[in-house]
Design a protein around this ligand. Structure first.
Ligand code: ADP
Length: 368
């Protein structure tokens, strides 16, 4: 069994250990020789070039992804030449383009913030008038970590982006917290859902994940239903992450989708019977899915971001390991740059406050 992963980031890297354990061959199409996934058999090439991707795909049984940026034209060429692509081109479109995502989710009847496609300043003025004079404007493609998201109060605030093409406008949700629901689906339709988690962002970047989301109550059932509706409705194969808002008025609203392992599921490596990375491999190979149950009452994941110093995570292991013997450490083997995700830590246990304190203390060893 040979899985080809397009993109050499940390998500591809974290698929390598379960692939090794299961004896699944994994190959990566990476951007450069020093990619995070360089431990796997790696081909260096540009994922935007059809010939490069077709050549890479010729030696594997299924092609999957570390990121969602492979152009639709390249995906169409792959599918037309008989390559098994999971998730498929049609599903992936809803994770590549936020306008297409809103259209597809609306057709499935999924709860979302109020939204509209904005083509002119007049469109945005009328959306603002209908939504209390404020809107969240998003570029449909290429956004990540909050880049491509802007709160606007006048159409002029988005004039520069509008000159480049159509935009998505959304109601500014007054949210109590952000949540994420992950589910895996295999081509035969079997699905497995991890518990609903709470995600805490800082400066638009995921900082911490609490699994399960505290005091979720009925929201957990609702979120799971939403994720399963989306996975089945879009025929997603592999892992799907649904980012959600818990609005102040109690509504659960879909923010966006990722069709691959996701930062909100890193806790599952150390806190669930089957991690999102193993499950993704099982799902794209159409194998029976593993048990997604948590192995401890609580897991807390804290991201490690690069600081101004060039120190790597392993440089700080002696002190960190001595202080936090129960915490699990993950380094992505990437050069440290300020704000870049270079690793994460996960603590598990029975008392949330204690688990969170240990995870934070462990991550603290890597702050500049
Ligand atoms: P990205 O693709 O960069 O991750 P998102 O669409 O997830 O962009 O938005 C980034 C962050 O901006 C969200 O995590 C949330 O905190 C905030 N945000 C996005 N959409 C809205 C909205 N409609 N109302 C309020 N906050 C929002």
């Amino acid at each position: 069994m040979r899985v080809g992963v397009i993109g050499g980031g940390q998500l591809a890297r974290m698929m390598v250990s379960p692939a090794v354990a299961l004896g699944i061959e994994i190959r990566v199409l990476a951007e450069s020789a020093d990619s995070s996934a360089r431990l796997a058999a790696t081909v260096i090439g540009d994922y935007r070039e059809a010939e490069t991707v077709l050549g890479f795909a010729a030696d594997v049984d299924v092609v999957t992804f570390d990121h969602e940026h492979v152009p639709q034209e390249v995906l169409a060429r792959l599918e037309a030449s008989g390559v098994t692509v999971r998730p498929g081109r049609d599903a992936l479109e809803a994770a590549q383009d936020k306008i297409r995502m809103r259209e597809r989710l609306a057709a499935l009847g999924v709860p979302m913030p109020g939204w509209a496609v904005i083509r002119t300043e007049a469109d945005l003025e009328s959306f603002l008038a209908e939504h209390g004079g404020v809107a969240v404007v998003k570029t449909p493609r290429g956004g990540y970590d909050g880049k491509g998201v802007r709160v606007v109060r006048a159409s002029a605030d988005a004039a520069d982006w509008l000159a480049e093409g159509e935009l998505l406008a959304e109601e500014l949700v007054d949210f109590r917290r952000e949540l994420a629901q992950q589910v895996a689906r295999r081509p035969s339709g079997e699905m497995a859902a991890w518990p609903l988690v709470e995600t805490i962002q800082r400066d638009g970047v995921c900082a911490e994940v609490l699994a399960p989301a505290p005091d979720a109550g009925d929201l957990a059932v609702e979120a799971r239903g939403i994720a399963e509706t989306i996975a089945a409705g879009l025929e997603v194969t592999g892992v799907l992450a649904v980012e959600l808002f818990q609005a102040a008025d109690g509504r659960l609203l879909v923010n966006e989708l990722a069709m691959r392992p996701h930062n909100s599921g890193h806790w599952s490596i150390d806190g669930a019977v089957t991690s999102q990375f193993e499950q993704h491999l099982r799902a794209v190979l159409d194998l029976p899915l593993g048990d997604p149950s948590p192995t401890a009452p609580w897991a807390v994941m804290v991201n490690v971001l690069g600081g101004p110093e060039a120190a790597t995570m392993p440089d700080r292991y002696p002190a960190a390991f001595a202080a936090e013997r129960g915490v699990k450490f993950h380094s992505y083997g990437k050069a440290s740059r300020p704000g870049r995700k270079v690793g994460h830590v996960t603590a598990t246990g029975t008392d949330l406050a204690d688990v969170r304190a240990r995870a934070r203390a462990a991550a603290g060893f890597f702050e500049a």
